[in-house]
Design a protein around this ligand. Structure first.
Ligand SMILES: *Cc1c(COP(=O)(O)O)cnc(C)c1O
Length: 426
């Protein structure tokens, strides 16, 4: 059947045969989006986890405007510029001690590809044959081939399976099963001598907002250290205050060997990513011998306009107000979540920092079973942007969201559960 469509655009993660009508957004302001039809939508998921201080933050917008008129693109091999230097210098001050070098790219997925290449380049250049990557069950690291390879195998990548490389998977450290996950990591690190372990610290995002405690991350770092395995922290989602601290690794007092940051790096205004690494990894590539070069680039590496936005974002993080605001949002989120903890319609009611998640008990919980999209439509009708992962509803707002906005979001969540239980939408 040939579809008749209004627009030639192929949208991400969208089954056009089921959902071909896109909501047209004309303006964003703080926690709100304004649709063509005039409705005001509360952005309860920060436009897919990227917008931290709100849409069109004036400081970030003016930094972009100013930079766009001065220098908007320059090759980054052999050239540099102030906004990139500024971002790199500020990042070293804010990230865990021991991360010394900054490589720019343009998305979370590319920052992960860079991390994997840095890890393998390190072992290759010091003359040791280590190439296996260890991953955590349910993890997600992006949609490019390498990033998919280190993510959970599922319906999302079944078609591309033949292209994906083999990895070793440890179990998710679910409550009460933490030690089993740690023992698995320890045994793999000793037996397989892997190159690196890549992990989303404290929260597995796309895997269903699964949360585990900081002490587990701390022990995973120690296990890696004992077996000389590089720890790659994918903070693409967990960075920029989401877990309550600027970066999730801070809570475990861990410095990873390689760290990936993106999403909120520009406050959510423009695409940009960085991969930071320890001195040893850079030094393994530092040589008079050109074959040891780190062979990676993308055309827009460290785009000056994106860097100016990131620089403005980093300025915001230097102010105490920003951190106070994160603490306030975490507190408000807990207050709103509290009644759901004893609500029998929900399971695994949880929060880490500013992110909350709860699983609606249903008979068809899978991502493709249809409850997620149905809930999405329910929330859309309530002019809320919430996009459940299967039966997991989560709230990850920009930090300018108000207490009244949150109250509205959670009352819609409760109403959605009512509707499901009355079978209106299931
Ligand atoms: C979103 C995400 C990515 C991929 O980032 P993109 O910018 O979408 O490529 C990688 N890792 C984690 C943990 C993410 O949440």
């Amino acid at each position: 059947m040939r579809p008749k469509r209004k627009s030639p655009i192929w949208h991400p993660f969208t089954q056009h045969a089921l959902h071909d009508v896109m909501t047209e957004i004309v303006r964003g302001d703080g926690a709100y989006l304004y649709a063509r039809d005039g409705s005001r939508i509360i952005d309860a998921i920060s436009s897919w986890w990227v917008v931290t201080h709100g849409h069109c933050h004036p400081r970030i917008v003016s930094a972009i405007q100013e930079q766009a008129g001065r220098l908007n693109q320059i090759i980054f091999a052999g050239y540099t510029h102030d906004p990139a230097e500024e971002v790199a210098a500020q990042l070293l001050k804010l990230t865990p001690d021991g991360l010394d070098h900054v490589f720019f790219s343009d998305s979370g997925s590319t920052s992960v590809e860079v991390a994997l290449k840095m890890a393998l380049g390190y072992w290759h250049n010091i003359g040791k044959h280590r190439s296996r990557i260890v991953v955590m069950e349910h993890s997600y690291h992006g949609d490019t081939i390498g990033a998919m390879s280190v993510g959970a195998r599922s319906v999302f990548n079944a078609a591309y399976g033949p292209l994906l490389f083999d990895v070793t998977t440890i179990p998710f450290p679910a409550k009460g099963h933490e030690q089993a996950a740690l023992d698995a990591l320890d045994s793999i690190c000793r037996k397989e001598r892997p190159a690196a372990f890549i992990v989303e610290p404290l929260i597995l995002g796309a895997g269903g907002m699964l949360m585990y405690p900081a002490w587990v991350l701390r022990e995973m770092k120690q296990i890696c250290e004992r077996s000389d395995v590089l720890l790659i922290a994918d903070e693409v989602m967990t960075g920029w205050g989401r877990t309550g601290t600027l970066f999730a690794c801070e809570q475990a007092n861990v410095t990873p060997d390689i760290a990936c940051y993106s999403k909120g790096l520009t406050g959510g205004a423009l695409p940009l990513a960085v991969t930071l690494c320890r001195a040893e990894i850079f030094h393994a590539h530092y040589s008079q011998d050109r074959t040891r070069t780190f062979f990676h680039s993308s055309s827009y590496t460290a785009n000056p306009v994106a860097c100016a936005a990131a620089s403005a974002n980093l300025d915001l993080w230097r102010h105490k107000n920003t951190r106070d605001q994160v603490a306030l949002i975490a507190k408000l989120q807990e207050q709103e979540l509290e009644p759901f903890r004893s609500d029998s319609r929900f399971a695994n009611v949880r929060r880490t920092g500013t992110i909350t998640a709860l699983d609606l008990k249903t008979t068809d919980p899978g991502y493709l079973a249809g409850i997620g999209p149905k809930l999405g439509v329910f929330f859309k009708d309530r002019t809320l942007l919430l996009r459940p992962l299967g039966n997991t509803i989560y709230v990850m707002p920009p930090y300018c969201v108000t207490a009244a906005d949150l109250a509205e979001i959670y009352s819609a969540i409760s109403d959605a559960a009512d509707a499901v239980y009355r079978s209106c939408i299931s």
